[in-house]
Design a protein around this ligand. Structure first.
Ligand SMILES: [Zn+2]
Length: 172
């Protein structure tokens, strides 16, 4: 995981995000009041507006076609996911927030790893957004090729936490 400078916001997002968000939040509200199959589908349609070719293309250039978390090359074997750092399921207001959008591989964004995982400090977090903070400043390790456990993204501010991490990946 390395620091990545965020590219300029894709125009399609910049121009539409305010309206998309209003529509999405309204659909969520309607669904919450009276959940039906149809209201759920509408939420999905409104939510998925971020899935634009232009957004994906800018992310691919910005992340050099690599996953924001594990740095695996994405383009050769899959399409990659437009990933919400703060999960949209928990933070719908950040669904179209460019600063919240990353490129991730299907494994890191899958249910076993990042998915909707977003721990707060008391839960072992917070996570590192590689476009906002330099991950290397949280790891005093520079010689170990780390595998890809979920804890890789967690800020290691305490020695104890680091020790636990090393135990987790079986390096101590
Ligand atoms: Zn990955």
């Amino acid at each position: 995981m390395i620091f990545v400078t965020r590219a300029n916001e894709p125009l399609v997002l910049k121009d539409n995000k305010a309206n998309w968000l209003l529509d999405y939040l309204a659909a969520l509200k309607t669904h919450k009041l009276n959940p039906t199959k149809s209201s759920k589908e509408i939420v999905g349609q409104k939510e998925n507006k971020y899935r634009q070719v232009e957004v994906k293309n800018v992310l691919k250039i910005m992340f050099a076609d690599k996953c924001a978390y594990c740095e695996s090359y994405i383009g050769h074997v899959s399409y990659g996911h437009i990933e919400h750092f703060m999960p949209k399921a928990k933070y719908p207001k950040h669904c179209f927030n460019w600063g919240n959008i990353l490129l991730a591989c299907e494994i890191c964004n899958g249910a076993q790893y990042k998915s909707v995982f977003f721990p707060q400090k008391k839960e072992g977090g917070p996570l590192i957004n590689p476009t906002k903070e330099d991950p290397s400043t949280f790891f005093p390790l520079n010689m170990i090729q780390l595998p890809q456990p979920p804890m890789f993204w967690v800020k290691m501010q305490e020695v104890l936490q680091l020790k636990n991490y090393l135990a987790l990946i079986d390096l101590n």
